[in-house]
Design a protein around this ligand. Sequence first.
Ligand SMILES: *[C@@H]1O[C@H](CO)[C@@H](O)[C@H](O)[C@H]1NC(C)=O
Length: 402
Amino acid sequence: MATSPASPKIKKNMQVLVPIVAGTEPVEACVPIDILRRAGAHVTVASAGDALLVETMYGVKILADALVADCAAASYDLIVLPGGVPGAANLGGCAALEGIVRRHAEKGGLYAAICAAPPLALAPWGLLDGRKATAHPWFVENFPPEVTAVDANVVVDGNVVTSRGPATSTEFALALVEQLYGKEKVEQIAKSMLVRYEAGYSMKELNQAQWQCSGTPKVLLPLANGSEEMEAITIIDALRRANADVVVASVEDGVEVAARYGTRIVADVTLDDVAAAGQTQFDLIIVPGGMPGAETLGGCEKLVALLKRQAEADRPYGAIGAATAHVLQPHGLLVGRKATTCTSMTGLLADDGECENRVVVDGNVITSRGPGTAMEFAVAVVEKLLGRDEARRLAEGLLFLA
Ligand SMILES: *[C@@H]1O[C@H](CO)[C@@H](O)[C@H](O)[C@H]1NC(C)=O
């Protein structure tokens, strides 16, 4: 399996299967999908239910590319099982999926699972027998005696890779890239995404202001085709874990959005619906990056009007990655503010003096750099909006406590 520089026999078109189902953890699904596609893999997102539309945890709706039942004849280089409750158990109970993974394993194929999926899907199928594996700490005791539990973010034992949870999804996905494409590819991707392997977050805060929020915060998260799925889904997931009321609004003609790396996300509403309903009061507006998504969002008059109103009313707003440079900057929403954006776009900011920071808060404006900083950004947003205790609780659930 290992690839060394001396024998770069890397297959051109790696085929990867990522099954999802009701109750799948969306970060654990979308991070491997995003990162494996960045590496060049052909990833099939397959629904283990009877419809393509899957409602994952925290109400994140993803439209699969195929049904698991229709994938039985194909062969894969890698199969990746995301966790989640009850998603992992639902995958474990899917006979068609079990058949596919079992045949793949018998041929010595590479397979992987994260969070609750090692103990609730792979282990009951007997596919972890005699192996070292890891899982979310809440589920480790579900391993049968045939499995040796290891306390690590990622465990590679022969052709089986396991990992712990949402905060280790990136490390997990990059370990899979290493198995398929080698170390060099990992370094290249990790660098461009600004990946940091350690848990925890910090923010550079200027002009400290108390963000106002009474009761359940109402948050608007706009999406366009080409929005970065890891950024968008990590923020939606984290804010909803903290019990925020997040309205995911598509600025496209319908609610279906094709994200930057092809994840098909179904928004809750269109931004036109939001405007038509006269909904203009949000405690926070957060704009995800990704190109050309950020450019489309920056050109959306209704969104820009909402952001300007937000700024005039001194209510918080923020952006990550390309959205800082393509949505906030061109519309005067960063005047007199320090902010950050992705490495390639720092030159587009009028003031790039604090760009090196992974999360920058200047008064009511919060910005960050890219997919590799999305979880830090999301937890920082929760700290500003709901306080340090809530942020700590969130980080704990994500396994993101430093
Ligand atoms: C945006 O993506 C959706 C879903 O793939 C597609 O139906 C729609 O035509 C796209 N819109 C544009 C303007 O390309």
